[in-house]
Design a protein around this ligand. Structure first.
Ligand code: HMG
Ligand code: MG
Length: 299
């Protein structure tokens, strides 16, 4: 019998990773309703928006309005992405309760995504870490391109472990390992995770698989067996990074929750309400849900 966790914390990234990749503008009140539906479905961590440059990600230029309009639910955390001190100050002013910094295991991707080398980005996170500590906010860290880079191809596992270790040393309570372009396969994913866990305890690691090649659930299963218990996902399979050519959505939260429930792993998420949230945002975007479950006709 596989060695699997009893509980998994699902980190919903749809409102951020999902919507950042949508070209058509999504109204602020639709975003708010979407986030509130996700919270009602029982998700305890919902990445809400990004305080990045509106020139780089115009879709999330309404970050302040989203935070202002949101009715927050007790017990739910609403992390936001911040790339630099300016973003952190905006996030603090908007009353964020958690922030996430993001860098990569690939120099070229990082330059295209945040216009900085990996070391420069880590330097930029230092004032964010200090402000987070001063204001009592938790800080999460992302490492992108952990299974490969759209520009450089193969990425060294030692680089992933090194960057993850530096983020943890800077005070990130959790490091999310991002297969940004969905190139990973299960054994490789597990090998990468186990190597990083030699630097950062497994309890502090999360996995973030984009499903570009249909490998995400298999990769997640392999990583659950290796001991991870925090998994990022995006309802309706939304997502992708505009600065990672060819990247498509994250693993769909509905499909993930279905698999976890079949494995008797607790998530606290109501699949029906999650499907409703997926249908809601898909309708707003004018398309069918991209999750497998969302495509099964319902009574
Ligand atoms: P830059 O152009 O080098 O920034 O961009 P700069 O410091 O030179 O500033 C240029 C202008 O932007 C200035 O304004 C700044 O004030 C403004 P101007 O004087 O020209 O009017 N600016 C800002 N405005 C608002 N908020 C800010 C901010 N910072 C500067 N925070 C920068 C550098 C980091 C800002 C930019 O590259 C950026 O915002 N990048 C974000 C890209 C992004 O969000 N990518 C997607 C998220 S990452 C992802 O999806 C991967 C993940 O899911 C994991 C995975 O899948 O692997 C997390
Ligand atoms: Mg992502």
């Amino acid at each position: 019998m596989a060695n699997l966790p009893q509980k998994v914390r699902v980190v919903e990234v749809g409102p951020r990773d999902g919507l950042q990749n949508e070209k058509q503008p999504v109204a602020t009140d639709v975003k708010i309703e979407f986030i509130e539906r996700l919270a009602a479905a029982g998700l305890s961590t919902i990445e809400t928006t990004s305080f990045v440059s509106p020139k780089w990600i115009p879709q999330l230029a309404d970050a302040e309005e989203v935070m202002r309009g949101l009715r927050r639910r007790r017990g739910v955390t609403y992390p936001v992405l911040v790339p630099n001190e300016k973003g952190m100050r905006r996030a603090l002013a908007a009353g964020a309760d958690e922030v996430a910094v993001f860098t990569a295991a690939s120099e070229t991707f990082n330059r295209k995504n945040i216009n900085a080398s990996v070391d420069e980005s880590l330097d930029r996170f230092q004032p964010i870490a200090e402000l987070a500590q001063e204001h009592g906010l938790r800080m999460r860290g992302y490492v992108s391109c952990v299974m490969g880079c759209p520009y450089e191809g193969a990425v060294e596992i030692s680089k992933v472990a090194d960057v993850a270790g530096k983020l943890a040393a800077m005070g990130c309570y959790e490091i999310s390992l991002g297969d940004t372009i969905g190139v990973g396969t299960p054994t490789a994913a597990r090998t990468m995770l186990e190597a990083v866990a030699l630097r950062v305890p497994m309890e502090q690691l999360a996995v973030h698989f984009h499903d570009t090649r249909g490998q995400a659930l298999a990769n997640i299963f392999a990583c659950l067996e290796a001991g991870v218990s925090v998994v990022d996902a995006s309802v309706s399979g939304l997502g992708g990074c505009p600065y990672a050519g060819g990247a498509t959505g994250n693993v769909a939260t509905e499909d993930l929750v279905y698999m976890l429930s079949g494995l008797d792993i607790e998530t606290g998420v109501s699949l029906q309400e999650l499907l409703d949230a997926g249908a809601y945002i898909s309708m707003a975007l004018g398309r069918q849900p991209a999750s497998k479950l969302g495509r099964i006709p319902r009574e």
